[in-house]
Design a protein around this ligand. Structure first.
Ligand SMILES: *Cc1c(COP(=O)(O)O)cnc(C)c1O
Length: 305
C-alpha cells in the first residue's frame, strides 16, 4: 500500500490538483439527455488528464523504491513521454525516452520540451521499437542503469488501472454511460475495472483504425483478461487513423471551444466529443440517459499541426 504522504508529496512537487471538476453541458436540442464532463484536462497544464492518472502509481512506486532511472517509449509526438519527462524532472529522477523514428534533425515541440527537462532521448528504428515488450529487450534496457525501471508505451500497465479507476471514485453522481477515447487501451481498462459491479456502461471511441486490435489491448490489461461485459468500443470516429483529421472535425473542435469555452484537440478529445454529440443526435443513448464524457486532456498535442 503506498504511503499517502508519498502521494501528497508527489502531487505537491508536480502541482497536481485533484479531484478534477465535473461540469454539466447544456444540450438545448436534446433535453432528454444529461451530459457531464469530467475535466481531467484541468488536473495540470503539462501532465494533462489521463497521463497523470496512468502514471500516478508508477511514480509513487518509483519514489518509494528510490528508483534511480526510468525508461519509457513513444512516438515523436507522445503525450505520455512528455508527461513522464516533466514528472521525472520535478521528482529528480533521470529518464530515457526511447522514440520511434529519428527526429534528431527535426525535433517536435514535445521532444524539444523533453530534452529541455533533462531527459535523454534514444531514437530507434521501427524494428527495434517493435521489441519494446520483448522480455530480453526490456532486460537489456534494465541493465543499462542501476536500480532503474521500464514503463511501457502510453504508461499502460497494471498500476495505471488503479490511477484511472480513481476517476470513478471521485464521482458524486451515477451515470448510465461513461465515454472516453481509446489509444493504447489503459484508460478504458481502468474505467471498466472502476465501474465493475455497477450498472454503468463504458463506451470507448477508437482514435485509430483498430477494430478488434483495440479490444484486444483492453482485454489484455483487464484483471484475469476479462469477464467484464459492460463495455464496447465504437470504431466509426477515427477519421482515417491516428492523428488524422479533416475539416469537419477541426470545425467541430473550434465550435466546441467557442460554445463551451473548453479546449479540445483533434487527436483524442475532439474525436471523443464528436462521437458523443453524434451518438446523442442519432439517439444511440436511450431517453433520460445520464452520460459522462472524460476529457482526457492532451492539449499540448495541439502543437502537432
Ligand atoms: C494517451 C491519451 C489517450 C489514450 O489513452 P490510452 O490509455 O492510451 O487509451 C486519450 N486522450 C489523451 C489526451 C491522451 O493523451
Amino acid at each position: 500500500m503506498p504511503n499517502s504522504s508519498t502521494i501528497a508529496n508527489i502531487q505537491h512537487l508536480l502541482n497536481i490538483v485533484e479531484p478534477s471538476p465535473v461540469q454539466r453541458l447544456q444540450l438545448p436540442e436534446q433535453p432528454n439527455i444529461l451530459l457531464d464532463i469530467k475535466r481531467d484536462d484541468r488536473l495540470h497544464p503539462v501532465i494533462s488528464g489521463n497521463k497523470w492518472r496512468k502514471l500516478k502509481y508508477a511514480l509513487v512506486d518509483a519514489v518509494e523504491n528510490k528508483v534511480e532511472h526510468i525508461t519509457s517509449f513513444g512516438g515523436g509526438y507522445s503525450n505520455h513521454l512528455h508527461a513522464l519527462a516533466f514528472a521525472c524532472r520535478q521528482l529528480s529522477i533521470p529518464m530515457t525516452a526511447i522514440v520511434r523514428g529519428d527526429y534528431s534533425q527535426n525535433l517536435t515541440p514535445m521532444l524539444t520540451d523533453i530534452l529541455s527537462w533533462g531527459s535523454n532521448i534514444q531514437y530507434v528504428d521501427r524494428k527495434t521499437y517493435q521489441m519494446r515488450e520483448d522480455k530480453n529487450f526490456v532486460d537489456s534496457l534494465l541493465k543499462q542503469n542501476a536500480n532503474g525501471v521500464v514503463i511501457p508505451e502510453g504508461g499502460s500497465q497494471d498500476s495505471a488501472l488503479r490511477g484511472i479507476s480513481e476517476i470513478i471514485n471521485e464521482l458524486e453522481n451515477s451515470y448510465d454511460y461513461i465515454v472516453a477515447p481509446v489509444g493504447s487501451g489503459g484508460t478504458l481498462a481502468g474505467l471498466i475495472k472502476g465501474v465493475s459491479g455497477s450498472p454503468t456502461k463504458i463506451l470507448g471511441v477508437g482514435v485509430l483504425k483498430g477494430q478488434d486490435y483495440l479490444e484486444g489491448l483492453v482485454t489484455a490489461l483487464l484483471p484475469n483478461h476479462g469477464n467484464f461485459s459492460q463495455w464496447q468500443i465504437n470504431h466509426n470516429y477515427h477519421f482515417g487513423g491516428y492523428a488524422k483529421s479533416n475539416e469537419q472535425l477541426d470545425d467541430f473542435c473550434q465550435r466546441f471551444h467557442l460554445q463551451h469555452e473548453i479546449q479540445i484537440e483533434p487527436v483524442y478529445s475532439g474525436k471523443m466529443f464528436f462521437a458523443t454529440y453524434d451518438l446523442i443526435a442519432k439517439k444511440h443513448f436511450p431517453k433520460n440517459s445520464r452520460v459522462l464524457a472524460i476529457h482526457t486532456g492532451g492539449l499540448q498535442g495541439k502543437r502537432v499541426k
